[in-house]
Every structure is written in structure tokens, then in C-alpha cells.
Design a binder for this molecule. Structure first.
Ligand code: HEM
Length: 492
């Protein structure tokens, strides 16, 4: 035995007893069957069987990093959130990027939105902004989300994603035309997580110290520059290096090349909302910059890799409902649905004490609740009383709501979202198409056409309905797509 061997710690069981032999199972005689008294064997096999937790039902595949958010502009006229209260103020963050449809082991270089889940560890609690790399989304009502995702995931019979299901749903949900145009354009396959923008996507509320409130949209503009992959490049990379995005993020941070984003907000005075030309709470629409110019408010830098991917990325949880004083939800029905969906998913996927894990708990303050016990509770509250009100000096409520109350009117019911003067499902999709250069238009039509052409030969009705939505966005867009699809289906 060398001196170095003597310095090495002893391998133990989970209960800390020394392990005598980690190579050979204990058997009844040489060559005989295994013995139940080999507790190490059973402990190892049993632990291994339980290494997985349910993967996220969407956004299963992802990578994360810690970072720093720095305020660069005075926004106290708009919000009283403390982490935004002073130019130069810094807040620790954790950002998990993801793709949407693929399972946990899926390749990164695919055409799919990228998730942008950002946690600010503020002194008033964690603030989570759970957005995407796209400013809009496919649908505008949470009640459609499970159906939508079923069409993106594996078919119950074939076990694969099916073009029939995707186009059936999209063609019957014309509000998806804008996001689909975005997704099949050049930005639909980012070259890496570093080379794309992030968006809060929904409209949120900011409330200032005086109680005035504003509607806000967040934008994170990449300082690395936008870089995308063509479909052919992505197809190759997905095979050669399925972990391309994850590797790129980790390696850039390891070499000290910290990615940064310039943070901007669009701010709408509350009084504008009712008469704005688009419904400002419709997630399938942007607010054109000419209407509400983005204002720069901060810088986000990612500068530290997690040490343990399972503990810090797989078990990380983000909730659109994790707000802090001065920031709140809007009446966007998608956002409202998400306020329920995420904490529910966390309780199922990670467990009732998921908030206690190091990556999830507040870092700049402490959680003071009367919630106790449950699976894997670590006893952090010690002897403290677990109810309120109490006369033992326990924590008390503030009496001040986190965000401003908003007026509502009318009767309860399954209402269609209000339609504003210029709202329809196609105008912004058409504008996006017309903004593209000729080369990008050609790639968009080739990408979309290639996918639509995969619809089953006996379902021309789905194909026609799909093309009609793009035709309504822009006649030239529809005509080119129709020609491309007709040509491709002839060759089938
Ligand atoms: C009503 C519509 C939606 C529902 C019901 C929904 C539901 C979910 C659920 C259940 C998860 C898994 C959470 C977990 O297991 O931790 C998830 C993840 C995610 N969703 Fe949504 N989602 C919706 C819309 C959106 C939209 C519109 C965006 C972006 C604008 C978005 C972005 C994300 C991201 C980034 C993640 C991954 C979070 C992480 O990294 O842990 N989702 N969603």
C-alpha cells in the first residue's frame, strides 16, 4: 500500500459502516447463489432503481447556470421591487434553459422554442420569470395547453411525434400562426443557449411605491449576437453532439467567457390597456416597439456552473407565481393557468419540500412559513411554533398586497378574450413574414412546407386548412407554401 492509498477515506454503506468488498457479491460457497445478508448489494441496487424522478412534462431537456443581475437604470417610478431599487444593485440569479417537446435525453439542436426560466434570489423572496426565447406563444388560453402539448409529444399509438396531429391542432388553432411563423423562421433553431434572446413573453404588472401600476413586458437581448442553425446544420449537429447547447454553456463559463444579456422592458401605463390596438394580455401578440419602446434596465451575466446537474438543474423549480412586492400577474388567461400548473408540477415531480433544496430556497432572505413536515423534511424549524396568529413572537403578515388591485367587470362565464381594434390571428404573423428578407422567406417556406408535406396522403383537408392560415397572414406566403407542399406531396 502506498502512502497515498493510506490517506484515502474508507468507502462506507449509506449508514456509514466500512465496506469490506465492493467487487464481489457474498455467495453461499464459491460459485453459489447470493446471500440476503449482503446488504451492500441490496442497498446499491435499490438506490440505483430510484435514481430518477419524473421528468418535466414539458421542457424536460435543459441546462442551467448561476449568475448576477445588475440594475443599470432607475425604474423606481414604475416598481417598488427592492432588487430593482438602485442603479448598480446586484442580485444572484439561476437560469435554466430548455427545449420544450423532447424527453430528458433528447438532442439540443432541434427546431423548438427554448425555455428561459430565470430565478432572482432577491431580499424579498425569490422572483421567477419563466419565459421562452420567443416573445409570443402558440395559444392564448391555458385550457388548450394539455391538448396542444399532446400534439407535440408522442402519439398514443405510434409512440412518435406525428405531423398529422401537429398540423391538425395548429390548423384548427389559427392563433398559432404567428408563433409558428416565428418558429420555422431562422430563429427557430438557435446555435446555442448563449446566442439567443429571452423574453418574459406574458404581460406582467409593476406597482410603484405610490400604488400606481403599469403593464410590463421583459426582453433579454443577447450580447453574444443572435446565431442560428439551418435545418441541415441542426440535423447534423443533433446526431454528432446531442448535448451541444449544454456543453457550449458549461464550457464557456469554465473558460471565463461569461455570457451576458441586456435587459429591457416595455412599459404600458395602466390607462392605455383598454383602448390599445391589440389586446395587451394576448400572448399571441407582441407590442410593436414603435408603440412602447423598450427601455434598458439591467444586465444579466451567467458566471457559475452548477456542481451537480441532478441536484441543481433537474430538481430546480420555477413558478410564474413566485412574485415579490411591486411585481404581479396580469389578467392574461395563459399566465393565470400557469400560476396553478407549476407549483402543482413541482409537488408531483420533486415533492412537497422542493422549496427547501439549496437551488430553490431563498438565498438573500429566509422563508418563514408555518408549513411543516412531509417527505424528506429536514427539521429546519426546530422548536418554533407552527401556527399563526400566536403570542410567541412568530412571524406576522404585512397587511400590504404584493401588487395593485385591478378593476374587473361583467358576469362569470367561459368568455372569449376581448378583441381590440386591430386584433385578429393573422396580422402580426403577416407583419413578421413581410419583415423577413427574401432568403429567410425561402428558408421559412422550405422548413414549413417540408413539415406540412408529411401529413398523411389521405388528409389533404388538414394540409389545406394549415395553408389557409398562412394565406390569411400574407397572400404571397400562402401561395409559396401551397406550391412547395404540392410539389413535395407529388414526390411522395
Ligand atoms: C397555460 C400554459 C402552460 C402550462 C399549463 C405550462 C405548464 C408547464 C409545466 C407543468 C411545466 C413543468 C414544470 C416542472 O415540472 O417543473 C412547464 C415548464 C416550463 N414552461 Fe410551461 N406551461 C405553459 C405555458 C408556457 C409558456 C407560455 C411559457 C413561456 C412563455 C412556458 C415556459 C416554460 C418553461 C421555460 C418551463 C421549464 C421550467 C424549468 O426550467 O424548470 N410555459 N410548463
Amino acid at each position: 500500500m502506498t502512502t497515498q492509498d493510506e490517506l484515502r477515506p474508507t468507502l462506507t454503506t449509506e449508514s456509514g459502516a466500512p465496506v469490506a468488498d465492493n467487487q464481489n457479491t457474498e455467495t453461499a460457497g464459491v460459485g453459489g447463489p447470493a446471500l440476503i445478508q449482503d446488504q451492500l448489494l441490496f442497498e446499491k441496487l435499490a438506490h440505483f432503481n430510484r435514481e430518477r424522478i419524473p421528468e418535466r412534462v414539458v421542457h424536460a431537456r435543459g441546462a442551467g447556470a448561476y449568475g448576477t443581475f445588475t440594475v443599470t437604470a432607475d425604474v423606481t417610478a414604475y416598481t417598488r421591487a427592492k432588487f430593482l431599487s438602485e442603479v448598480g444593485k446586484q442580485t444572484e440569479t439561476f437560469l435554466r434553459f430548455s427545449t420544450v417537446a423532447g424527453n430528458l435525453g433528447a438532442a439540443d439542436a432541434v427546431r423548438d422554442p427554448r425555455g428561459w426560466a430565470l430565478k432572482f434570489y432577491t431580499e424579498e423572496g425569490n422572483y421567477d420569470l419563466v419565459g421562452n426565447n420567443t416573445p409570443v406563444f402558440f395559444i392564448k388560453d391555458a385550457i388548450k395547453f394539455p391538448d396542444f402539448i399532446h400534439t407535440q409529444k408522442r402519439d398514443p399509438y405510434t409512440g412518435s411525434q406525428e405531423a398529422d396531429n401537429v398540423w391538425d391542432f395548429w390548423s384548427l388553432s389559427p392563433e398559432s400562426t404567428h408563433q409558428v411563423t416565428w418558429l420555422f423562421g431562422d430563429r427557430g433553431i438557435p446555435a446555442s443557449y448563449r446566442h439567443m434572446d429571452g423574453f418574459g413573453s406574458h404581460t406582467f404588472q409593476w406597482e410603484n411605491e405610490a400604488g400606481e401600476y403599469f403593464w410590463v413586458k421583459y426582453h433579454f437581448k443577447t450580447d453574444q449576437g443572435i446565431r442560428n442553425l439551418t435545418q441541415d446544420e441542426a440535423n447534423r449537429l443533433a446526431g454528432e453532439d446531442p448535448d451541444s447547447h449544454q456543453r457550449d454553456l458549461r464550457e464557456s463559463i469554465e473558460r471565463g467567457d461569461f455570457p451576458t444579456w441586456t435587459v429591457q422592458v416595455q412599459i404600458m401605463p395602466a390607462a392605455d390597456a383598454a383602448t390599445y390596438r391589440f389586446n395587451p394580455f394576448d400572448l399571441t401578440k407582441v407590442w410593436p416597439h414603435a408603440d412602447y419602446p423598450p427601455i434598458e434596465i439591467g444586465k444579466l451575466e451567467l458566471n457559475r456552473n452548477p456542481d451537480n446537474v441532478f441536484a441543481e438543474v433537474e430538481q430546480s423549480i420555477f413558478s410564474p407565481g413566485h412574485f415579490v412586492p411591486g411585481i404581479g400577474p396580469s389578467p392574461d388567461k395563459m399566465l393565470q393557468g400557469r400560476l396553478f400548473a407549476y407549483p402543482d408540477a413541482h409537488r408531483y415531480r420533486v415533492g412537497i419540500n422542493a422549496d427547501h433544496l439549496p437551488v430553490n430556497r431563498p438565498h438573500a432572505t429566509e422563508a418563514r412559513t408555518n408549513g411543516r413536515d412531509g417527505h424528506l423534511y429536514d427539521g429546519r424549524h426546530g422548536r418554533r411554533k407552527n401556527y399563526e396568529p400566536n403570542s410567541f413572537g412568530g412571524p406576522v403578515q404585512t397587511g400590504r398586497p404584493l401588487w395593485a388591485a385591478v378593476p374587473v367587470n361583467g358576469l362569470t362565464g367561459n368568455h372569449v378574450a376581448p378583441v381590440h381594434a386591430e386584433d385578429d390571428d393573422f396580422v402580426q404573423a403577416g407583419n413578421l413574414y413581410r419583415l423577413m428578407g427574401e432568403d429567410e422567406k425561402q428558408r421559412l417556406v422550405a422548413n414549413l412546407g417540408g413539415f406540412i408535406a408529411k401529413v398523411s396522403a389521405d388528409r389533404d383537408d388538414i394540409v389545406e386548412r394549415a395553408i389557409e392560415n398562412f394565406r390569411r397572414a400574407d397572400a404571397d406566403y400562402g401561395r409559396r407554401l401551397e406550391e412547395t407542399v404540392r410539389e413535395l406531396r407529388k414526390q411522395k
